[in-house]
Design a binder for this molecule. Structure first.
Ligand SMILES: [Zn+2]
Length: 243
C-alpha cells in the first residue's frame, strides 16, 4: 500500500506566497459555457468577445472542454464590467459565466438579465410592486422605474437586473391579481436576449430542435414571438426620470 499523500516526503507542498499568488490569479478568472452544442473555434470566440467586452487589458482565453472556456483577466475591473453588462452571446448563443473555483464545479444554470416590465397599470407603477414583479422573474438585484421619452416615443416601464434560472422556460408575462378580482397582465422584455427556443422558452436548443414543438406539429409563425421578447436598453435623455 502506498502511504497517504500527506505523508509522502516527495510531495510538493506549495509555499504560502505561491498559494496567495494563485488565489489572486483565480480571482481574476471566469469560466464560460456556451449554450448549444456547436463547436466553435477559440479564435472566433476570442474575436467576438474581446470586441464586445472592450477590456482595458488583454484577456487570455483557454479552451477547457467542448464549448467551455477559461477567461483570465489582468484587471479585476474588466472582469466586473463583463459580469455587470451581460448576458453575452457568441454568434447569438448564450454564454454563461461563473467565477473560477478550485474544485472546478460550476452549475451553468443561471445568469443576470436586464428585464423590462411593460404595460404595468399606472396605479401599480411604484417600486414596491415593481420589486414584487421582478421577484416573479428571478432574484432581483436592482429595480428601476423608467419614465420619459425614448426615440421620440413616451415610455413607462420597470427595468430590473434579475438573476434568472435558464433551466426554466423564459417567462413572457405575469398576471397581477387584485383583491377586487380584476386582473391585469404585464409583459416581459429582455435586453440583449440571445438565441433561445421561442416555442418552449429554453436556451439549450433552437425551435427546429424542440421536441415539444415537433410533437405538437404547429406551423404558426413563432418567430414573431421571439422578436416581441427583445428589448432595447434605455437611452437616457434629459426628460427621462429614473427612481
Ligand atoms: Zn423548445
Amino acid at each position: 500500500m502506498p502511504p497517504p499523500e500527506d505523508d509522502d516526503e516527495d510531495a510538493l507542498s506549495l509555499q504560502e506566497q505561491t498559494e496567495e499568488r494563485l488565489c489572486n490569479t483565480d480571482n481574476h478568472r471566469l469560466v464560460g459555457q456556451i449554450m448549444f452544442c456547436k463547436p466553435y473555434r477559440c479564435q472566433a470566440i476570442s474575436e467576438a468577445l474581446v470586441q464586445a467586452w472592450n477590456p482595458r487589458f488583454p484577456v487570455v482565453i483557454t479552451p477547457m472542454q467542448e464549448n467551455r472556456y477559461c477567461f483570465q483577466f489582468q484587471h479585476k475591473l474588466d472582469l466586473l464590467n463583463v459580469l455587470d453588462e451581460g448576458p453575452w452571446a457568441v454568434r447569438g448563443n448564450l454564454l454563461l459565466l461563473e467565477h473560477w473555483n478550485e474544485n472546478q464545479e460550476w452549475g451553468f444554470q443561471s445568469t443576470d438579465f436586464w428585464v423590462q416590465i411593460h404595460e404595468v397599470p399606472l396605479e401599480l407603477f411604484n417600486l414596491e410592486v415593481a420589486s414584487q414583479l421582478a421577484a416573479k422573474v428571478g432574484q432581483p438585484k436592482q429595480v428601476i422605474l423608467v419614465q420619459g421619452f425614448q426615440f421620440g416615443a413616451k415610455v413607462r416601464y420597470v427595468r430590473a437586473r434579475v438573476h434568472i434560472s435558464i433551466v426554466k422556460p423564459l417567462r413572457q408575462s405575469i398576471t397581477v391579481k387584485r383583491r377586487s378580482k380584476n386582473s391585469s397582465t404585464v409583459l416581459l422584455r429582455y435586453e440583449r436576449l440571445p438565441s433561445f427556443c421561442y416555442f418552449c422558452g429554453l436556451f439549450d436548443h433552437e425551435v427546429k430542435r424542440c421536441v415539444l414543438f415537433s410533437m405538437l406539429n404547429i406551423s404558426t409563425a413563432w418567430s414573431m414571438d421571439a422578436q416581441r421578447r427583445q428589448a432595447v436598453p434605455p437611452s437616457l435623455t434629459s426628460d427621462m426620470v429614473l427612481h
